[in-house]
Design a protein. Structure first.
Length: 266
């Protein structure tokens, strides 16, 4: 075998070796990238499951507290009211005592009403029994009576008793509560609009208030002020939802939430 042939064979072997090495490095890097993506997806899924479990625990705790309020505190207040009524009959000889007794009775009745209200708000039985539209309507009616704020509630493409996944219904209901409370407490809104929109592949919730608005970027940077936004984001992550907020000082706030639907409800 000539020297030229040996050089050719050696060069060919070297090229094959280099090519194999390059292909191996590319393959190895690709596998590393795929593993990294898989680990990130696994981590995100674990975080989502952890958050979902945390929210479920919160709801279980709400149910426990609501039951205790209704069964224990509510029952005790009712018994106290009955006992006080008997006592009130025996102190009608003194006008001052009678007047004070009537006021105390009113306080008891108000306390009973408040316990029942808190118990119902902790566990939205209307949501479980009749669905999202009825639950939101009941909630804003109560707020309207208590505050005088005007509410406008519309729903498009959704029947009155139409149901969705329980997680989706609870997510929108809790977010609606959060947004209404923020609009009343911080924005001092006098008119609030809520709208549910059903599309073939998603459910949207649009919330608008005429309050004093806020600097969105400043709120995001503030750990305390931005807590409400993070709560909304956390709840939506469980149902793969997204939200957008538009607000400026003196211009009110508009919030849009979109949640994908696996089932075609339209």
């Amino acid at each position: 075998m000539s020297d030229l042939q040996l050089i050719f064979i050696g060069s060919s072997a070297f090229i094959v070796l280099i090519t194999f090495s390059i292909l191996f490095v590319v393959y190895y890097k690709q596998k590393q990238a795929e593993q990294k993506i898989a680990m990130q997806e696994l981590k995100a899924e674990m975080q989502r499951q952890l958050l979902e479990s945390s929210l479920e625990v919160q709801e279980v705790e709400r149910r426990r507290i609501a039951k205790d309020l209704h069964d224990e505190v509510g029952a005790m207040l009712s018994v106290t009211k009955m006992s006080f009524n008997q006592l009130l009959k025996k102190i009608n000889t003194s006008p001052d005592l009678t007047d004070q007794g009537k006021k105390t009775k009113e306080f008891l009745e108000e306390s009973i009403s408040q316990v029942r209200r808190i118990s119902r708000e902790l566990v939205p039985s209307t949501l479980e029994d009749f669905g999202l539209i009825s639950a939101i309507d009941e909630f804003i009616q109560k707020i309207h009576i208590a505050s005088g704020v005007l509410f406008i509630f519309n729903h498009e493409g959704i029947e009155e008793g139409q149901r969705f996944d329980k997680k989706i219904e609870l997510t929108i209901y809790r977010i609606a509560q959060e947004l209404v409370n923020n609009a009343l407490k911080h924005a001092e809104a006098q008119e609030i609009s809520l709208k549910l929109l059903l599309k073939p592949n998603k459910l949207s919730f649009v919330f608008t208030d005429n309050g004093k608005g806020f600097d969105l970027e400043a709120v995001k940077q503030d750990p305390k002020a931005g807590l409400g936004l993070r709560n909304i984001e956390s709840r939506l992550s469980v149902v793969d939802g997204t939200f957008k907020i538009k607000s400026a000082k003196g211009e009110g706030t508009n919030t849009r939430i979109d949640i994908p639907l696996l089932k075609n409800y339209a």
